[in-house]
Design a protein around this ligand. Sequence first.
Ligand SMILES: C[S@@+](CC[C@H](N)C(=O)[O-])C[C@H]1O[C@@H](n2cnc3c(N)ncnc32)[C@H](O)[C@@H]1O
Length: 241
Amino acid sequence: MTFLKKTHKLFLQILFNLFSLLGLSDVLIKAIQNSGLYMSYIKTTKASGIKPFSTRECLYKYLMKSIQPVSFNYMEFGVYQGKSIRFFIEHNHHPHNKYFGFDTFYGIPTDWGNRKAGSYSNSGNLPEINDHRLNFLVGTFQEQLPAFLITNKKILANQINIIHLDADVYSSTLFVLIHLIPYLKTGDYILFDEFSFLLDHEFKAFNDFCMASEIKIDLIASTIDNVQTLFEVKQNSYYKP
Ligand SMILES: C[S@@+](CC[C@H](N)C(=O)[O-])C[C@H]1O[C@@H](n2cnc3c(N)ncnc32)[C@H](O)[C@@H]1O
């Protein structure tokens, strides 16, 4: 995957540089935009003027800095060996932060590109992260999330929520997004880890979620290749506090 990601990144970079060199028309750029792959890149760089980040860790830091000094709830869907959740825990020591990691720890439930179902399995083992602010919800999102949302409704209403979607596959991502509709409020964030990498997974789930929820949500930052993208909820008429 690393090789594919690097190639993908390089390809996007070369294409974008070519556009700039050739001074290609907005019409052509729009056509490419509409293919989906460039949508968020163009939107981020041209419309909002936000500088894209070179790594996902830079994007994470930017997000946490935007929220400071208040505390937040961080919900990660797809923890695997804990690399990303650990980063958020280690880089923000606010005592009121709450971290929730959802995973079976047995890998993705269906194929994802050339990755077979079961890839990213941690053989059922939870990452060793010792922080009292962290709770793991072990099981499928489908088993864990509905009850979690009812039990933690107040917590979700009282702090900014960061929803980090890193389950890769369409079904898992869509399930989470649809179940979150009544809980997402203005100022919450949704972060994707594989947004533009395979467009029929996280990207498609996001588009379907937007259609179903009619939510107003803005892309506020991304990595240079749009693989990791950050959105902020602006208005959600289905929010039920
Ligand atoms: C790519 S890994 C996560 C990587 C991790 N966030 C990191 O940065 O290192 C994807 C994870 O999603 C989990 N996953 C995918 N769909 C799931 C579902 N429906 N329920 C529970 N876990 C799921 C898999 O078990 C796997 O651990």
